[in-house]
Design a protein around this ligand. Structure first.
Ligand code: FMN
Length: 412
């Protein structure tokens, strides 16, 4: 899906000028397609350094990649070093992006477990550059729990996974596991770099984590939100060049680099901070789980236990998102719907009632999505009637999709 989206963006000459891309080629029958990937990356101006695994050399010759990339091909960690680029750590440092295409089940497993027994796996472990994997394999290998868990591990660590296509496979079967077309893979890389300053000059306001509503000096009403989703959105917006204000309820997370953080505790404090920043904002993404109710009174001293029941009276907190929807002039307003049932119906109703541009809905009853999880499985509903369903993704990937949507709305 991500590949299809990216394909919609036309690649332009020079778009990757000055970029150093390290391309890992592994032992898949689809290795021949990597030749075209390298060729396309070079045509867009990138300097491409290919690392081949031993198995990859069974499929395509080193000479082909050397000629197409115009660079020596790395592979043997133990070979005498003739150029700095083939020293075993040098490519990891040089890379602006590492792309493994095709990525075998084997290389995914090695990367997920931190193995470093050849030039490619060592580079993957040593690099600080973003890493993209384009898996390609037989459907059963792809669907095997081991492979899926390895992909999950890699996603959680922030690696980008380019979804394989479905269709006829070289092994004679049909199913998911086919390497996407080279143009789609290259479009993902272009998209990564072109997004990098897409929000320069824009102000993005993000809210994150839950609120705490005090009962007495030591107790509060709270919820399970950890703030991970909001912090991922703030980090991604900052990476795209936006001026980011992150208004966060209590959380142990550290603010992403380059983000202005305002800490709040209660829904009322959250409201005041959000309203103060709202008018200047271009994009507002409200991931915070704001308490709907608060205790009517806060006891001055710790409430002592006594015989019998204790009744707390709760009063409604302000509906911040509704208020923002009413005040909206030019802001792109994105809300979240964390539900445990009837997700679609609740999400659509909230989208309309609160005058949002998008609502990101997820079922928080699922263990691998929502509160506290590293991953999320969301559907994004648009005010224009659009509905986009995403597979299980890391929260960083979900953040990128949300910002893609908000950005495209902004440019309209
Ligand atoms: C003809 C042939 C085709 C293969 N195609 C694939 C493939 O598409 N995907 C995959 O994960 N493994 C494939 N394999 C198995 C890998 O080559 C094997 O697991 C190897 O150890 C991978 O090593 P590498 O990841 O270091 O390149 C294939 C093997 C053969 C003999």
């Amino acid at each position: 899906m991500a590949g299809q989206q990216a394909q919609g963006m036309a690649a332009q000459a020079g778009q990757l000028a000055g970029r150093h891309i390290v391309m890992g080629v592994t032992g898949s029958i689809a290795a021949y397609k990597a030749v075209e990937v390298v060729s396309r990356l070079r045509k867009l101006g990138a300097e491409v350094h290919v690392i081949m695994t031993r198995a990859a050399r069974e499929f395509v010759t080193e000479m082909t990649f050397r000629e197409i990339s115009g660079q020596p091909v790395a592979g043997d960690m133990w070979a005498p070093v003739h150029a700095f680029q083939v020293e075993h750590i040098a490519l990891a440092k040089l890379a602006d992006l590492v792309l493994v295409a095709p990525a075998t089940a084997h290389v995914l497993a090695k990367a997920a477990h931190g193995l470093a027994d050849d030039m490619l796996s060592t580079t993957l472990l040593a690099t600080r550059a973003p890493v993209f994997f384009a898996p390609a394999m037989n459907t059963n290998m792809y669907e095997n729990v081991a492979t899926q868990e390895n992909l999950q591990t890699l996603r959680k660590r922030g690696c980008h996974i380019i979804e394989p296509d479905s269709g006829h496979l070289a092994c004679g079967t049909s199913g998911k596991g086919r390497l996407p077309e080279p143009a789609a893979i290259v479009a993902e890389v272009v998209r990564y770099f072109t997004q990098s300053q897409a929000l320069a000059g824009r102000k993005v306001l993000v809210t994150a984590a839950g609120t705490r509503e005090p009962i007495d000096p030591v107790r509060f009403l709270g919820n399970r939100s950890t703030g991970r989703m909001g912090f991922a959105v703030a980090a991604e917006a900052a990476r795209r060049g936006a001026e980011v204000t992150l208004i966060a309820g209590p959380t142990s997370l550290r603010a992403p680099a380059g983000v202005r953080r305002i800490d709040v505790e209660t829904a009322q404090e959250m409201r005041a901070a959000v309203l103060a920043a709202y008018d200047a904002a271009d994009i507002v993404i409200k991931t915070a789980a704001v308490a709907d109710y608060r205790p009517a009174t806060v006891a001055e001293h710790k409430i002592k236990k006594s015989e019998g029941e204790l009744t707390l009276t709760l009063v409604r907190n302000p509906d911040i998102l509704y208020e923002l929807g009413q005040k909206k002039i030019r802001q792109v307003l994105v809300g979240f719907a964390a539900e445990t049932r009837d997700v679609a119906a609740y999400a659509r109703a909230k989208l309309a009632k609160k005058n949002l541009d998008f609502i990101v809905a997820n079922n928080v009853a699922e263990s691998d999505a929502g509160f506290g999880a590293e991953t999320n499985r969301v559907t994004i509903y648009g005010a224009d009637g659009s509905e986009e369903r995403y597979p299980l993704l890391s929260k960083d990937e979900v953040a990128a999709h949300i910002l893609d949507k908000a950005q495209s709305r902004l440019s309209r």
